[in-house]
Design a protein around this ligand. Structure first.
Ligand code: BGC
Length: 731
């Protein structure tokens, strides 16, 4: 449809109708058969048939149901505006991949792109037009439950991942089959909520916001994401959803974004709970003036826009602009020509968890799992491992998918026991439940029934099994729902009942390997003391068990590297590798007193950003670099890397840059490039990185994004701690 025709539709709409076109409803409004449900509609104070005038619905799945709903909606919509189906699909639709935080660890944008393409295919045939992903909030505090949804603590890595995700979802354009729209969220800086406490506020300087927190969203938009979701938090006292500076000046003005904005669930009317709007009428006005297009699940616009326009408190032009943006998106999706879009029962069945997608998800588990330690090369398991006991609550578990796995969650997955049984000298024991009585407070929220009556019995069985084995592999970790929205934690440890299991097993057998399931960095001090190897598989998704079998037995190598720092203790949070230089900069010498550190614990984390190992070893040469970079020019930095082990293996070569001197305090180093490379035993390769002026820019004392002339150090090595470096100068 031509833009002029879209404008014609708007001309014929009343303000009330326009307001409905800016409302997203929850699935509770629609029954199984696509008819509207009276209850929820009434509770919002709207008529059931009004649901057909609304813009979109979220999280309503399944081709058959969606076809019916789309049909009914279209039939009953006064202006024949098709509806949009939106959903929370952040790491797979039916084929669930490892959580986004894990995918960040893959350092493999190509594979990420492939997995998100698969997701788009599954979801689009299932009736979805748009997903609320990628979530690109920069995360530095493991107490915040939603770190699970982000790709980590580094803006460069997040940017590369955001790009890959958007490209995977949207392909060459959302008019094409097998694509869905991407929506970058939560704009902005939701990852910086104070103390990692959910729904808390953010207060930071504009410099920090621009320097560290905004680039991830920008990268997603540069890759073509069609929508932006605002965040629950305020920034310096202004709630994002009603933040004119953020939405109009930065997003639309500076960045030129002309797509659609949507609030988070209820965040438009939450301007009242923030205390910046006296009532819902005022909240609606502030949001519309700030540039918020779609209101998710609250009735502010539908109740108040008409009144605001009629009383002269709001310019109707703003509403028209918002509706036009929304109609343009629907048009781009091809909905005016085909209101069913790609919803298709047969194709949904054909692609639903098809072999090809399961295989890509299995590859992603291997690419994103991080081997944190491997003493005595206890892994991979082999003849020398003898009898192996597989112990823990995740041995027989069918669910190791992360948060928001709506369609894939109820599907049955191969269990660890099934993946191993009959393939070697393996014995099994459950050992414990995932949660114990100590978790009763949280269990209520997780809808998890705690039954501790067999605690001792399970422990004893596990100890007996461990005693008779030569090697023990423990499958332990967080409950799959312990990380995610509304799951901020003050402790970041595995549940006590499982820690107790580890202790009891360790007493009788010290050849312990831990396979860790988690949605956030954890305090691994005890686990690290009581194990020879830790393989962090995160919440690995649908294809986990087979991938874990492959990695533990050495058929595959875990090749992930940490995308988020694992603190030594929760007291270090927030913690991240690119810390800002301070007056008494940290000095690792334990006798140095007056330096920036904690006196009662190490200042370094237990596992740093970029860390992780495989089953072979690599040697790096010194860094070679051209010593002078001219403005506007390019130079090369390189290393030769050699696989010095006796098997083929993969390394993530990481490049960091340190700015010696600037007009404001800068980080001790920042990731500026990475390459994931697989080399045969004995093979060596020269790896080159290009460096240009753009990579050296920062928000300077005058709030200009520029690079200063002067000295820089380039580090190229295995992780963020590398000292393998060389200097150059920008002239
Ligand atoms: C979350 C969003 C999500 C939305 C819709 C909110 O509670 O913060 O990330 O997209 O719900 O389900």
């Amino acid at each position: 449809m031509k833009e002029i025709e879209l404008k014609k539709i708007i001309e014929n709409m009343t303000v009330e109708e326009k307001a409905f076109e800016l409302l997203q409803l929850s699935p509770a409004f629609y029954g199984e058969d696509g008819s509207t449900e009276t209850g929820p509609a009434m509770s919002l104070g709207i008529q059931p048939e009004d649901a057909y005038q609304s813009n979109s619905v979220l999280n309503y799945f399944g081709a058959e149901r969606v076809l019916k709903l789309r049909e009914d909606h279209y039939k009953n919509n006064k202006h024949k505006i098709p509806m949009m189906m939106m959903a929370d699909i952040i790491h797979g639709y039916a084929t669930i991949m490892p959580i986004p935080l894990a995918m960040g660890c893959s350092f493999d944008p190509e594979l990420v792109k492939q997995c998100y393409h698969n997701t788009a295919v599954e979801a689009s045939y299932g009736g979805v037009d748009l997903t609320f992903a990628p979530m690109v909030d920069l995360v530095r505090d493991a107490r915040w439950g939603r770190v699970i949804e982000s790709t980590g603590e580094d803006k460069f890595l997040n940017g590369e991942m955001a790009k890959a995700m958007v490209e995977g979802l949207q392909g060459d354009g959302v008019e094409n089959e097998g694509t869905i729209c991407a929506c970058v969220k939560h704009f902005a800086a939701y990852g910086a909520v104070e103390s990692g406490r959910e729904y808390n506020y953010v207060d930071m300087s504009e410099r920090f916001l621009r320097e560290y927190y905004l680039p991830g969203y920008k990268a997603g938009l540069d890759a073509g994401a069609e929508m932006v979701m605002t965040s629950f938090n305020s920034i310096a006292g202004v709630p994002s959803t009603g933040n004119k500076w953020l939405l109009r000046d930065v997003l639309r003005g500076e960045w030129g974004f002309d797509g659609v904005t949507i609030s988070d669930w209820g965040s438009a009317m939450s301007l009242c709970s923030h205390g910046v709007a006296e009532d819902r009428r005022e909240a609606a006005r502030l949001c519309m003036e700030a540039g918020l297009d779609i209101e998710m699940c609250t009735p502010g616009y539908i109740k108040w826009l008409k009144d605001l326009v009629e009383s002269g408190d709001l310019d109707e032009k703003l509403i028209d602009e918002a509706v036009l943006r929304v109609l343009k998106l629907k048009n781009k999706l091809g909905l005016f020509e085909n209101p069913m879009r790609f919803t298709n029962v047969e194709k949904e069945q054909k692609y639903f968890r098809c072999d090809e997608f399961l295989e890509d998800a299995r590859r992603m588990v291997c690419a994103s799992s991080v081997l944190l330690k491997n003493e005595d090369n206890i892994l991979p398991l082999s003849e020398k491992s003898g009898k192996v006991a597989l112990i823990g609550p995740y041995v027989d578990c069918e669910r190791f998918v992360g948060t928001w796995a709506k369609v894939g969650m109820p599907c049955r997955n191969v269990t660890v026991r099934e993946a191993f049984e009959g393939k070697g000298n393996y014995v099994f024991a459950k050992g414990s439940h995932r949660l114990g009585a100590e978790n009763s407070l949280e269990a209520v929220m997780l809808k998890y029934e705690i039954d501790d009556s067999d605690r001792e019995k399970l422990l004893k069985q596990a100890v007996k099994t461990a005693k008779k084995a030569d090697t023990v592999v423990m499958f332990i970790g967080e409950h799959y729902d312990q990380s995610g929205e509304a799951h901020a934690h003050m402790e970041i440890k595995i549940p006590e009942v499982q820690a107790e299991l580890l202790r009891r097993v360790y007493e009788v057998n010290q050849n312990v390997v831990v396979v860790l399931f988690n949605g956030r960095p954890l305090d691994l001090r005890e686990i690290s003391q009581k194990s020879k190897a830790i393989l962090d598989v995160w919440m690995p998704g649908t294809s986990a068990a087979n991938a874990i079998y492959d990695m533990l037995t050495g058929k595959e190598e875990p090749t992930g590297r940490l995308s988020m720092t694992f603190p030594y203790h929760v007291g270090q949070c927030p913690i991240y590798y690119n810390k800002i230089r301070t007056c008494h900069t940290y000095n690792p010498d334990p006798t140095s007193r007056f330096t920036s550190k904690y006196s009662d614990m190490p200042t370094m984390p237990l596992y740093s950003f970029g860390e992780g190992m495989g089953y072979t070893t690599f040697e790096y040469s010194d860094v070679t670099i051209e010593p002078t970079l001219k403005r506007g020019g390019k130079i090369k930095a390189s290393v030769t890397i050699k696989n010095t082990g006796d098997r083929r293996g993969t390394e993530v070569i990481q490049m960091y840059i340190y700015d010696h001197f600037a007009s404001v305090a800068r980080p001790s180093r920042e990731l500026k490039g990475f390459k994931k490379l697989t080399l045969d035993a004995g093979e060596e390769r020269v790896v080159e990185f290009e460096i240009d002026e753009e990579m050296l820019k920062y928000w300077n004392i005058d709030m200009k994004f520029e690079a200063d002339a002067g000295k820089f150090t380039v580090y190229i090595g295995h992780d963020s701690k590398t000292n393998n470096s060389a200097e150059f100068e920008l002239v």
